[in-house]
Design a protein around this ligand. Structure first.
Ligand SMILES: [Zn+2]
Length: 430
């Protein structure tokens, strides 16, 4: 896991990034401040500089300030980009995606439109298990080709870093296959990626009568193999009704922690069953979903310093109405993260701008709070707060020139057909 951490700051497109000066930024949303997750009032402090400029040298931010202050320090011949008075902000950091999978679930989508529930479809052999089958059958090249198409969608939407989970294999070899694809994608796309082994996503059909056997496979074979190949930084478990129990999740996460993995969890998407408390108990970095989490769960997360990762897109795309209680979490002092939960079943969406609109409309998060959740707080949840998530000297020059002139328009114009100019390490990538 050390090698992943040392390698990830580097741009996939070369050891050094590019140099560029961006001038005439109407609102330069810096998010300047401590390199850690933000809470409470900090969630409304975006560090906006008006009529500002940004100097990028070799892929990193060198200076932020007024054009008059900075221009004397522009190196001769540097490319100068005119932002046209528009909003410039850090690239989005999406801390929860299932990027790599075989096939799609378009037919199931149509079944759900016709009235079937997610659980009914899963009980009939659809759902995660159908993607499991297709992912096991797919070659690495097929998986990579499909994932590259989606990686491009992330970049075009202004997302420059994602967390990417495995989880559609659930055998040692197929999980390694997915994680190798993620490792390969890091070299083939400008999108930065942090890999997570989602060791326990669904009980695979061959272990339906032997759940304990699957837990043993994970702890005794899968996690040692993934750690041995240094293919993932985090381990995740789906702890919920129809997935893994609190006791099963505890066994897996405890073993993962012993092997040096950071911990992330899918909890309380469909029921309040103690998943949030388990995330606190095992010292998880994040607890994701939390649609059904109540006061006791929120208090436990606060006491243990666990970051909530909220994925309103999956609530929306499942046609459900129970969103996580973001206001209670913010008032309790938690550091919320927003993410797409991009996956072929419950959340086929890559747009963080749309997730920000959903967070505002259905979770009553202010546009500023949602933007912090989609940048700095997400970066902190991936242990990357010193590299990405804000525009400050020394950080990676991963930024987006939006078409808006006021940052609040990102939440306000729902699903606007944006064509942001996206830069990773100072290079235009979309
Ligand atoms: Zn997920």
């Amino acid at each position: 896991m050390m090698s992943e951490k040392s390698a990830r700051g580097r741009s996939a497109m070369g050891d050094k990034g590019a140099s560029v000066a961006v001038v005439n930024c109407g609102e330069l949303v810096t998010l300047a401040g401590p390199a850690r997750a933000r809470v409470g009032r900090e969630l409304q402090e975006l560090g906006i500089k008006k009529d500002a400029a940004l100097l990028v040298l070799d892929g990193r931010i060198a200076e932020v300030g007024s054009y008059n202050d900075l221009r004397a320090r522009f190196p001769a011949g540097i490319e100068v980009v005119d932002a046209g008075g528009r909003v410039v902000m850090p690239g989005f950091v999406d801390a929860h995606t299932h990027l790599v999978f075989g096939g799609d679930r378009v037919s199931e989508f149509v079944q759900r439109v016709g009235g079937k529930t997610y659980q009914e479809i899963a009980a009939a052999g659809g759902g995660i298990v159908s993607t499991l089958r297709k992912t096991r059958e797919a070659s690495e090249a097929e998986l990579a080709d499909a994932a590259l198409r989606h990686a491009d969608w992330f970049l075009r939407g202004g997302t420059t870093t994602i967390e990417a989970k495995s989880g559609y294999g659930q055998t040692v070899e197929s999980e390694l296959k997915i994680l190798r694809v993620i490792a390969e994608l890091k070299e083939r796309t400008a999108l930065r990626m942090i890999a997570t082994v989602l060791a326990a996503h669904v009980v695979p059909p061959e272990f339906k009568q032997d759940r304990a056997g699957y837990v043993r496979l994970v702890t005794e074979e899968m996690l040692p193999a993934v750690a041995g190949h240094m293919l993932a930084q985090y381990c995740d478990v789906f702890c919920d009704e129809h997935a893994f129990t609190v006791d099963e999740a505890r066994v897996i996460l405890t073993a993962a922690k012993r092997r040096g993995f950071g911990l992330r969890m899918h909890v309380e998407q469909f029921a309040s069953d103690g998943g949030a408390q388990l995330a606190a108990e095992v010292g998880a970095t994040t607890a994701d979903h939390l649609e059904y989490t109540e006061r006791a769960g929120i208090d436990a997360l606060k006491a243990a310093g666990v970051q909530p990762v909220l994925v309103p897109g999956s609530v929306f795309a499942l046609g459900r109405s129970k969103y996580p209680d973001a206001r209670a979490m913010i008032e309790a002092g938690l550091a919320p993260v927003l993410a797409t939960d991009f996956n072929p079943g419950s959340s086929p969406m890559t747009s963080m701008a749309f997730v920000i609109s959903l967070a505002a409309l259905y979770m009553k998060m202010l546009p500023a709070e949602a933007i912090v959740g989609a940048t700095m707080n997400a970066a902190a949840s991936l242990d990357m707060a010193d590299e990405v998530g804000s525009l400050e000297p020394g950080k990676q020059a991963d930024f987006v020139i939006h078409e808006f002139r006021d940052y609040r328009e990102i939440a306000y114009y729902v699903a606007a057909p944006m064509r942001p100019q996206v830069y990773v390490a100072g290079r235009r990538v979309a």
